[in-house]
Design a protein around this ligand. Structure first.
Ligand code: FAD
Length: 476
């Protein structure tokens, strides 16, 4: 055996690279193996999140939102722009540069923390040995005292809409379009479908989103989903619910999409079709037959709440295990695994994982929805505050949406916070911290919030839960 490490991590996405860095900070000798290859043929650390997910999507959302606002909003400020146009090549160059800076940054962090970043394929063998096949060079077997599996996820492909990389694409393909498709179809109205639909709709594409479920944003609070649906319609997103895709045939001129809804068979012609119906755990080529690791019926690596697999000394974290497929959830699991390996106490509080959808308005929440609290049978109170009554939101010209706080009637425990509106993804951090520290609604009420700030809407929503809002009439 050529080399031995205290910890070998397979996968350098936000789960794996964070685990590797934390383990090295804990004084352990660490290697992190990753085989990600970008469309330019170059390898890069950072996984789906940095290369094809969170980061490039947010880069495009920012560019297109600015463009959209320049059209619809600048005149209200008195800014005269003349004709505003968008150069897609420049927008995409910026997106690629941000991705490059951040993925190179991971390589830099590995160096700074003395993590050996190994480029190539990793496979877990029996007895915590790892077979490493470098992109160039000979296969070697690496010894590890502990192994962390962080192999991530891959887009779900539908049998009736196979990806062809040209007309029918996955989310990665939709991030790298070189032109604005005139008519864009999206299958799936989840976070990814809505974000990608928003990007191209803002640039002028006619976007139709088909969603099999009858409920829009089923996982969000109903009041939030209702307002978001109205806003997305205004943006021009044509969201068709209860619409089950039956076929997608790509031709030279476009894609013929067929689906069924309550009224029967429907069809739609689009230039490109993005299939964004979810992601599945990726473990192809990861496990030798005798590795001892167990997968569940959906392909997730089976772990306990501390991310320990059935094999002693082997952890699994991130999208390849149960729980929400979110970068920050994977990173926290990485920190937990690295700390447990170092003999420290560590856990992840799965009850307070925030969810954010980076549309305009943004949507963010933590904890339970009102419907979930109602179903639980616990007596509760709610308080809401609209951004239309918030000075900072007015100044920003972004007054749509609200903050909603749900608290227990008996002991004032914060049960859930839901935001739709400007910077919801930033504002939710306060609620996450409050819930992590078991703050009560009164604690939020008694916390000073800067004026004028969007965060005041959180303060007022907490006050409204006790009918004590100061800047908005309280519900009688
Ligand atoms: C378009 C899009 C937008 C998204 N936006 C957000 C967002 O805004 N916020 C958010 O929280 N999440 C977002 N996500 C989800 C987020 O990207 C994932 O939850 C996150 O990347 C999971 O991290 P991970 O480390 O578990 O896996 P990944 O990021 O998938 O990384 C896994 C890595 O393991 C490597 N690997 C796998 N098997 C092997 C092997 N055998 N040998 C070597 N290397 C291997 C892969 O090459 C990859 O680099 C988005 C996803 C998409 C697609």
């Amino acid at each position: 055996m050529s080399r031995n490490y205290d910890v070998v991590v397979i996968g350098a996405g936000p789960a794996g690279y964070i685990a590797a860095i934390r383990a090295a900070q804990n004084g352990l000798k660490v290697a992190c193996i990753d085989e990600w290859k970008n469309k330019d043929g170059k390898n890069a650390f950072g996984g789906t999140c940095l290369n094809a997910g969170c980061i490039p999507s947010k880069a495009l959302l920012e560019s297109t939102e600015l463009y959209h606002r320049a059209h619809g909003e600048f005149a209200k400020h008195g800014i005269e722009t003349g004709k505003v146009s968008m150069d897609i090549a420049t927008m995409q160059k910026r997106r690629a540069a941000i991705v490059r800076q951040l993925t190179n940054g991971v390589a830099g962090l590995f160096k700074a923390n003395k993590v050996d970043g190994l480029v190539g394929h990793g496979k877990l063998l029996a007895d915590k040995k790892v077979e490493f096949t470098p992109v160039d060079g000979d296969v070697e077997v690496i010894g590890a005292a502990q192994v962390i599996l962080a192999s991530g996820s891959a887009p779900v492909e539908l049998p009736m809409a196979k990806f062809d990389g040209e007309r029918v694409v996955d989310s990665w393909g939709a991030l790298e379009f070189e032109d604005v498709p005139k008519r864009l179809g999206v299958v799936g109205a989840g976070a990814i479908g809505l974000e990608l639909g928003s990007v191209w709709a803002r640039l002028g594409a006619e976007v139709t989103i088909i969603e099999a479920l009858d409920d829009f944003l089923y996982m969000a609070d109903r009041e939030v989903a209702k307002l978001a649906a109205k806003e997305f319609k205004q943006l021009g997103l044509d969201i068709r619910l209860g619409a089950k895709l039956t076929s997608a045939k790509a031709g030279k001129k476009g894609v013929t999409v067929e689906y069924e809804d309550k009224s029967g068979k429907q069809s739609l012609e689009v230039d490109k079709l993005v299939v964004a119906v979810g992601r599945k755990p990726f473990t192809e080529g990861l496990l030798a037959e005798d590795s001892g690791i167990q997968l569940d019926e959906r392909g997730f690596i089976v772990v306990d709440e501390s991310c320990r697999t059935r094999v002693k000394g082997v952890f699994a974290i991130g999208d390849c295990v149960r729980g929400p497929m979110l970068a920050h959830k994977g990173s926290e699991e990485g920190v937990m695994a690295a700390d447990l390996i170092a003999g420290e106490l560590a856990e992840v509080n799965y009850d307070v994982v925030p969810s954010v959808i980076y549309t305009a308005p943004e949507i963010a929440w933590v904890g339970k929805t009102e419907e979930q609290v109602k179903d639980s049978g616990r007596a509760y109170k709610t308080g809401s505050f609209p951004f239309s009554a918030n000075g900072r939101a007015k100044a920003l010209e972004q007054t749509s949406g609200f903050v909603k706080v749900i608290s227990a009637e008996d002991d004032d425990e914060l049960l859930g916070v839901h935001i739709v509106g400007p910077m919801a993804g930033e504002l939710i951090a306060e609620a996450v911290l409050a819930m992590e520290f078991d703050a009560s609604t009164e604690d939020l009420q008694r916390t000073i919030h800067a004026h004028p700030s969007l965060a005041e809407a959180m303060h007022e929503a907490a006050l409204a839960a006790d009918k004590r809002a100061l800047n908005y009439p309280n519900k009688s």
